[in-house]
Design a protein. Structure first.
Lengths: 745, 143
């Protein structure tokens, strides 16, 4: 074992319930409950019964009284009575007069053995006074005194009962270090009130034993413990278990600890809260002092009254808090259900998330926004904290009253948030609700330096000894807030459920909406198809038959009839075109598109050729300048330029020579194309609805058109995350400018 | 010897087609079948076409939007039969949707022509189709 690993937790491994010794102020035998044969006897039993232990083990219990003034069968008869009643508790203590001296016999059964222990009796006159003390204690517990009064008076009362010169009430913290919260002492003694003791002073298995055996007495630290002899036939790997023994010897380490403190006799009584060790009543005497059974029982009873009071008071306190938090939680839940805005319900209503705990600040990180209530770290610190929370094992909640110990950047905001209680709303989205408690700078006075609880022997022995110095050692505890209690944690966990329920409900609503939208889209698809086919087909028939009539019977018509038929043909033709454009428009919004770099020169030349053919009876010039490539869907981009250039060709019909110029320009993050013409132009004031479906400008009326072309262009540009704008004046031509990002998603 | 098999379930379109062929004044033979399943029977030489020694046409003109078995399905089935694997099929549809055009080519058409929607234009298209598929096209499907 290296020195570095040595600490008092070694005491944790000491088997203190089977030390094999008893304290020498009493005597012990252990017998088989059925045969009454003696299995173990303390070596000092010879002083009581004049027969050495070695001659007793293995014998009948009758052998015990062989050399005394009592008849041999006295003990057997006593045992028979106890066995018939099936209770030893009620017999304890049994007055046992032996060779003219009175003893208290205390019997208990443990692990298939009966243990009989004799110890001295005390002064009977105390009994009456002890009764009065118990009555006082009862009255006091029933009256609603403060907890510190209750602790202080209990300490005083115990001191009166057992007559020790110092009685302390020692309270355990969560880390099992102890804190003296009440003290009754003789005047000449130095006060220990307020001192802290490191957790290693009372090792783990001692604490376990304290939960089972509520009262321990060490009558004299200087007495030599008496070893326990066993029947040679008794298996050696079953040493006598002294868990419930009243005479159990104490670990040498503990004896040394007491000696270092200048204590000669000690007694401790456990204080339990909900089955857990809440604290101890620790009693010291500077000289050896035995406390008899009745006095110990009285002290135990008074302590149990205190334990009950603790439980009752703490429950009351918790209930009050819990009730308050429950009511606030209920209001928050109502607020959450009422509106669809989670953040508003939690932070901007009459009751806020800050009210469900004793926290002084709270922050909600939700939907990528930060909402702060009360005293909290700043927004960037909160965002970083949320990122850190994501790296922890937080599933439901995380609580700490020493955040900087786990997350060092928290030192910067310890004044507002040395402690946090956080609930996870969505770890994936970094969404949390976090409560903050400020730093409480505490001055802790330790009994001795808690970091140096170990001293090593000079001779290099690895055996540890407890510290020798108990001089008060002061430590400033920083980076620590008040801790979070059960009621607070309970209320935020409930709040989390409420929030998640609302969020889930909203998510479901969105999903439902999406589904409906999907259905609507599909219906639109079906509708488009209906338009495209079922509507177009009869329209084509109308047109074809009117053409046939014109062709085959036209010569029989008069002029008026021929004109009317011409109007039918033209109208159907316009309607066919309108339907075709609407279909284009809807298709551009919905069809899948494939993104790729597009060679613009061939694309533009292609469009130019088509336009020149369509306008071959007039003078049209189309100039193509620089043609940097665009990343996009080829079909759609073709549609964009085809529509723009067709528009230019259309609105330049009246110009003596139509001139259309297309030019591209590449910058670092965008490709910009412009399409310039010398057409009729338009008044910018009326151009607000330029890209709306079916909207046409006033001066465009004389030209064929459906009002769909530019809407299609705008739609395609939007799908490419591009921009389109224009500049024009009546009769001064028009410029359309298009910008495409260099990388399109 | 059959020149054109026209699969079309719209009687007006079939009528307009007949009028245009007649007007062309060329010795073109054609049959109009008005359902997809019957078209499959004809091409596979089964059902009521099993006993007749019906010759394959020089051109199948296929409307796509048919009630029941669609034009796409007819084309697919025709392409899965040895007898009609290479018979020239031209889709003739009102639809100009890229999706339909792509589906038709995937099913195995040789060409896709959108119905022009006017008598004059349809006449011009039919004329060109006859010129090319009945006169210029070299085939491997008939033995």
């Amino acid at each position: 074992m290296s020195l570095l690993t040595v600490d008092l937790t070694n005491c944790d491994r000491e088997p203190i319930h089977i030390l094999g010794h008893i304290q020498s102020h009493g005597y012990l035998i252990a017998i088989q409950p059925d045969t009454y044969s003696i299995v173990h006897a303390s070596e000092n039993i010879v002083d009581l019964v004049n027969t050495p232990a070695s001659q007793l083990v293995g014998q009948s219990v009758n052998a015990l009284l062989a050399n005394t003034d009592l008849a041999e069968n006295v003990l057997v008869e006593l045992l028979n009575v106890g066995k018939r009643n099936d209770s030893w508790e009620t017999m304890n203590p049994h007055r046992f007069t032996l060779n003219g001296k009175v003893w208290n016999l205390i019997i208990h059964q443990h692990q298939e053995l009966l243990l009989l222990e004799w110890e001295p009796t005390g002064d009977d006159r105390n009994a009456v006074m002890n009764q009065q003390l118990i009555a006082q204690a009862l009255t006091e517990v029933q009256a609603s005194r403060t907890l510190s009064d209750l602790l202080q008076n209990t300490a005083q009362r115990i001191k009166t009962i057992i007559g020790y010169d110092r009685v302390m009430v020692y309270r355990f913290s969560a880390d099992w270090h102890g804190h003296v919260v009440a003290e009754a002492k003789d005047d000449h003694l130095e006060p220990f009130l307020g001192l802290h003791y490191p957790a290693s002073d009372i090792p783990r298995q001692a604490r376990e034993l304290y939960k089972i055996n509520l009262v321990r007495l060490i009558a004299n630290v200087d007495s030599t413990p008496s070893p326990i002899l066993s029947d040679p036939d008794w298996s050696e790997d079953q040493p006598l278990d002294l868990t419930h023994s009243v005479l159990r010897a104490v670990s040498p380490v503990h004896i040394e600890y007491l000696k270092n403190m200048g204590v000669q006799a000690s007694m401790s009584i456990s204080l339990l809260y909900r089955g857990e060790l809440w604290g101890l009543i620790s009693c010291h005497n500077t000289t050896p002092r035995f406390v008899d059974f009745q006095a110990r029982q009285t002290a135990k009873f008074v302590s149990q009254l205190l334990s009950a009071a603790l439980e009752f008071r703490k429950d009351e306190e918790d209930k009050t808090n819990l009730l308050q938090y429950t009511q606030i939680g209920q209001r928050l839940h109502e607020q959450l259900l009422l509106g669809d805005d989670v953040a508003r319900a939690l932070t901007k209503s009459s009751v806020t998330a800050l009210d469900v705990t004793e926290a002084t600040g709270a922050a909600l990180l939700f939907n990528d926004k930060v909402y702060r209530l009360g005293e909290t770290p700043d927004e960037s610190a909160l965002r970083s904290l949320a990122v850190w929370l994501g790296t922890t094992d937080i599933e439901t909640f995380l609580q700490t009253n020493q955040l900087p110990a786990r997350y060092s950047p928290a030192e910067h905001f310890r004044e507002v948030g040395a402690g946090i209680l956080a609930i996870a709303l969505s770890k994936e989205l970094n969404e949390y609700l976090i409560w903050f408690k400020p730093e409480q700078v505490q001055q802790v006075t330790w009994a001795g330096n808690p970091n140096k609880p170990v001293t090593v022997d000079n001779d290099g022995q690895q055996r540890l000894t407890p510290r020798k110095s108990f001089d008060a050692w002061t430590e400033i505890v920083r980076n620590t807030s008040e801790s979070w209690n059960e009621a607070e944690i309970g209320s935020v966990v409930k709040l989390r459920e409420d929030i998640l329920q609302v969020i889930t409900k909203q998510a479901n609503e969105v999903r439902l909406l999406n589904q409906r939208l999907q259905v609507a889209y599909e219906e639109l698809d079906a509708f488009s198809y209906t338009v495209s086919h079922d509507l177009r087909t009869p329209l084509s028939s109308i047109r074809c038959y009117s053409e046939i009539i014109q062709e085959e019977y036209g010569q029989e018509f008069n002029e008026d009839a021929r004109e009317l038929f011409q109007k039918i043909t033209e109208s159907t033709e316009r309607m066919q075109r309108l339907i075709r454009h609407i279909l284009y428009y809807s298709r551009m919004g919905r069809t899948d598109y494939s993104i790729q770099p597009i060679e613009m020169k061939p694309l533009l030349q292609n469009i130019r050729e088509e336009l020149l053919i369509a306008n071959k009876d007039r003078s049209v010039r189309i100039d193509i300048g620089d043609t940097p490539s665009i990343t996009g869907d080829p079909t759609m981009i073709h549609q964009v330029f085809s529509n723009l250039l067709s528009n230019s060709a259309k609105y330049t019909q009246r110009a003596p020579e139509a001139v259309i110029q297309v030019n591209g320009q590449q910058t670092d993050d965008e490709v910009v194309y412009s399409v310039v013409d010398n057409g009729i132009g338009f008044d910018m004031k009326h151009a607000g609805k330029m890209f709306d479906l079916f909207k046409r400008l006033e001066n465009a009326r004389e030209f064929e058109g459906t009002g769909v072309g530019l809407a299609i262009v705008k739609r395609i540009i939007n799908r490419h995350q591009g921009k389109i704008w224009f500049h024009s004046e009546p009769n001064r031509g028009t410029t359309f400018t298009l910008s495409f990002p260099v990388t399109t998603h | 010897m059959l020149d054109i098999l026209y699969v079309e379930d719209n009687p007006n379109d079939a009528d307009i087609f007949s009028r245009l062929i007649r007007k062309m004044d060329r010795p073109i033979t054609y049959t109009v079948i008005n359902s997809g399943s019957e078209a499959v029977d004809y091409l596979a030489g089964q059902g009521r076409y099993s006993t007749q020694s019906n010759e394959l046409p020089k051109l199948v003109l296929m409307d796509l939007n048919l009630n029941g078995l669609s034009g796409f399905e007819v084309i697919q089935q025709a392409r899965s039969i040895d007898r009609t694997r290479f018979v020239p099929i031209v889709a003739f549809s009102t639809s100009d949707s890229p999706h339909d055009i792509q589906s038709a080519y995937k099913a195995g058409v040789n060409a896709y022509v959108v119905k022009p929607g006017s008598y004059q234009a349809t006449g011009s298209v039919i004329g060109k189709l006859c010129d090319f598929w009945l006169e210029n096209n070299a085939r491997i499907d008939h033995r």
